[in-house]
Design a binder for this molecule. Structure first.
Ligand code: NAP
Length: 252
């Protein structure tokens, strides 16, 4: 198979890192299903891709809902082609120090990151095993190594690394690889919201983060998209079960 025959699903494709990944995989020649809970934002990203000559379509789905996931993956298969690439990118934050963290803060983060990734992967893998080829990339985070105020998110992002390695072991014999990309500080709506929550201007928040980054700049969504592109490519067939930190240094 070549990239021109791949259909890729990118979750949380309506903005930020997901939008950059969708654009990059389309630039690589893939047909891209832009999935987001906000169908309008996914539609705008898909329109940008098609306007620039690529192949894309938008699908609205909440990835934590099993029925919506099954229906979404079936729709992608019938309209764009059987998905053989899946990028589990959709995510949410519900940051708080542990003593103030509500059960709802905990559950929401687990539902989207862990349950959502599980549901999407389970639904998409049947198309990959049938094709004898597949690429799964899960978005982890440097927060998987621990981060103050993110007990829920750190647990989910560390959990995704274990999930990734297990999927790599189970599906490798069908030609399917699974890898994780773990970004550090990337400029998106998510990090803008974090700056607001801690009461800093984004400029101040960004400068503080950059001070600890060896390459001395914030990450951009395209930095993450480049790493995802490699894992999704035909050239990455012997790379599986790995976690690549895309953080401008070992763990910042
Ligand atoms: P973002 O700007 O908040 O975008 C996330 C997207 O996911 C949004 O479009 C959001 O839709 C969508 N989404 C949320 N819940 C969903 C659900 N249940 N079903 C479908 N779509 C859903 O975040 P980002 O910064 O691009 O982050 C993308 C991924 O990278 C996340 O997994 C995040 O944890 C990870 N990451 C980010 C950073 C960083 O510095 N930005 C660092 C490490 C890891 P709405 O617009 O409706 O909310």
């Amino acid at each position: 198979m070549t990239e021109q025959t791949y259909t890729a699903i990118v979750t949380g494709a309506g903005r930020g890192i997901g939008a950059a990944i969708a654009q990059r995989l389309a630039d690589d020649g893939m047909a891209v299903a832009c999935v987001d809970i906000d169908e309008a934002s996914a539609g705008a990203v898909a329109a940008r891709i098609t306007d620039s000559g690529g192949r894309a379509a938008a699908f609205g789905a909440d990835i934590s809902d099993a029925d919506q996931v099954e229906e979404c993956v079936a729709q992608v298969a019938s309209s764009l082609g059987a998905p053989t690439v899946l990028v589990n990118n959709a995510g949410v934050l519900r940051d708080n120090l542990l003593f103030k963290m509500s059960e709802s803060d905990w559950d929401t983060v687990m539902q989207v990151h862990l349950r959502g990734t599980f549901l999407m992967t389970r639904a998409a893998q049947k198309h990959m095993t049938e094709a004898g080829f597949g690429r799964i990339v899960n978005l982890s985070s440097t927060s998987a190594l621990g981060n103050r105020g993110q007990a829920n998110y750190a647990a989910a992002k560390a959990g995704l690394q274990g999930f990734t390695k297990t999927v790599a072991m189970e599906l490798g014999k069908f030609g399917v690889t699974a890898n994780a990309v773990a970004p550090g500080f990337i400029v998106t709506e998510m990090t803008r919201a974090t700056a607001e929550r801690v009461g800093q201007s984004f400029e101040e928040f960004s400068a503080n983060r950059v001070a600890a980054i060896p390459v001395a700049r914030p990450g951009q969504p395209e930095d993450v998209a480049d790493a995802v592109s490699f894992f999704c490519s035909p050239r990455a067939g012997f790379v599986s079960g790995q976690v690549l930190y895309v953080a401008g240094g070992p763990r910042t």
